[in-house]
Write a protein that binds this ligand. Structure first.
Ligand code: ARG
Length: 464
């Protein structure tokens, strides 16, 4: 055999690696998942090698055929990884040489694992972004379905986790649709920078054989070509960018999870998740635990950890390729895997949820929540807001001291605050009327929600 098995540098280093050194460096257990991208890169590279005359047509045909057999083995989970394979690239070369003899060893010309791994990772990341965006869109659709269904349901809104003003339930549901929209757009934006080909840049300074990186890029379906061989092989900023977008997405999922956790407590009682998305307790027979929502919250820690690890990994590395960079893959894979587990579970949980319309409406009915509406009504009568705030504050204090709401205050007392108030007191304090007054763009009036739903559907459609 003309190569030192799956180790690609046998000739220069006489002694084999110590077991501990080898164990530290082996990456096949995680880079094996790049087999599709690696074989695609090899096909593109073989085409270039034939074009420049390094491979005869029949040699290239033999390599092509072998690569196809190799793909079939991987697809069947039957590729024979060997203990001597350091990484995926070495394993495939070792296998090709076993299959083809010396011809298998020709494929390495003009290519380094340094450009090869970046090419593989960029290709894989493009696919990962597409899968993530599709999963985000599905969650957005689940939320949109529920928002359509509850475009008339009155619900409380919160600030400081204290009841604030009444809204339509569609409003918080749509809030998550918009957050997810930006999360998906962030991934899409990053995709443009991932979509750059690096094959042909060799180990650090390109190659002398006449391989044309533009042709390799076209063959692999990349939209752009790297401008600098050092940048091409050393940079991982696009990995950091995708991991950042992933981490931000994870925080959105965590907040949605938290909302479901809170809303499904007996204390709130606003939502009941379907049985298929609820767990019982091994000890307490009465429990319905929102594990899916809690895990959505918990998994965020892991995805943020991936980003943190990657940032620390890259910081301070000298140009160009350093072996440290082998550590870029597991965190990225884990972040993507984690999100692809979390997103469908959350979509299912949202679709399974039953909202308790009565409880939501009752919780939004507290008329102190409409003190701002009374103050704003006075502003429209020409009262300075500061004065209006004081007048209404005094009314709230009195009602509270008397143990009732604003609605029950005596008419003379309301008139004393402002003569315009008694005639429309009940209407001012009606939650539905209050919701209907918030007609501006972004507001929660039925017609504003209708427009928002239209825009949200259109926004989500741009992601598909
Ligand atoms: N397995 C390596 C990685 O994932 C690529 C190999 C580069 N190794 C080298 N000695 N130049 O980054």
């Amino acid at each position: 055999m003309s190569t030192d098995a799956g180790r690609l540098w046998g000739a220069r280093i006489a002694e084999g690696p110590a077991a501990a050194a080898w164990a530290l460096g082996v990456s096949t257990h995680f880079d094996v998942r790049l087999w599709r991208e690696d074989l695609a890169g090899s096909r593109a590279h073989a085409a270039e090698l034939e074009r420049i005359g390094v491979l005869e047509a029949d040699e290239r045909a033999a390599i092509e055929a072998a690569l196809e057999r190799c793909a079939a083995l991987f697809a069947d989970g039957a590729f024979p990884l060997e203990p001597g394979d350091e990484d995926l690239h070495g394993a495939i070369e070792r296998w090709l040489i076993d299959e083809l003899g010396d011809v298998g060893g020709k494929l390495r010309a003009g290519r380094s694992r340094n450009d090869q791994i970046v090419s593989d990772l960029r290709l894989w990341t493009l696919g990962a972004i597409d899968r993530l965006v599709a999963a985000v869109v599905d969650l957005q659709e689940a939320l949109l379905e529920r928002a359509e269904e509850h475009r008339d349901t009155v619900a409380p809104s919160y600030t400081h986790l204290q009841r604030a003003q009444p809204v339509l339930l569609a409003q918080p549901l749509l809030a998550f649709v918009w957050m997810l929209q930006r999360d998906a757009e962030r991934l899409r934006d990053a995709r443009r920078r991932v979509d750059v080909s690096v094959l042909g840049n060799g180990a650090v300074a390109g190659q002398t054989l006449g391989i044309d990186p533009e042709r390799s890029a076209t063959a692999l379906g990349f939209s752009a070509v790297a401008e600098n061989s050092i940048d091409a092989t050393a940079s991982r900023d696009v990995v950091l960018e995708v991991a950042s977008a992933a981490a931000i997405l994870a925080t959105t999922l965590s907040r949605l999870g938290e909302e479901l956790v809170l809303w499904s407590t007996s204390e709130f009682g606003f939502v009941r998740l379907g049985d298929a998305y609820t767990t019982g307790s091994s000890m307490m027979p009465q429990k319905r635990n929102p594990d899916v929502a809690e895990l959505a919250r918990g998994k965020a820690g892991r995805v943020v950890g991936a980003l943190t690890g990657l940032l620390v990994l890259v910081k301070g590395l000298p140009l160009a390729y350093d072996r440290d960079l082998q550590e870029d893959k597991e965190p990225l894979f884990d972040a993507v895997d984690t999100l692809l587990l979390t997103l469908p579970a959350l979509s299912g949980a949202v679709r399974s949820a039953t909202f308790d319309v009565e409880r939501l409406t009752a919780a939004a009915g507290d008329d102190f929540a409409l003190a701002t509406d009374v103050a704003e009504a006075l502003v429209l009568e020409g009262v300075p807001f500061r004065t209006a705030h004081e007048l209404v504050g005094a009314l709230v204090a009195e009602a509270e001291a008397a143990g009732h709401g604003l609605r029950e205050l005596p008419t003379q007392r309301i008139a004393a605050a402002h003569p315009s108030l008694p005639g429309r007191w009940q209407e001012l304090l009606d939650p539905r009327a209050a919701i209907g007054r918030r007609r501006g763009r972004g507001g929660t009036a039925p017609e504003a929600i209708a427009q928002q739903l239209t825009r949200a559907h259109a926004a989500v459609a741009t992601l598909r």
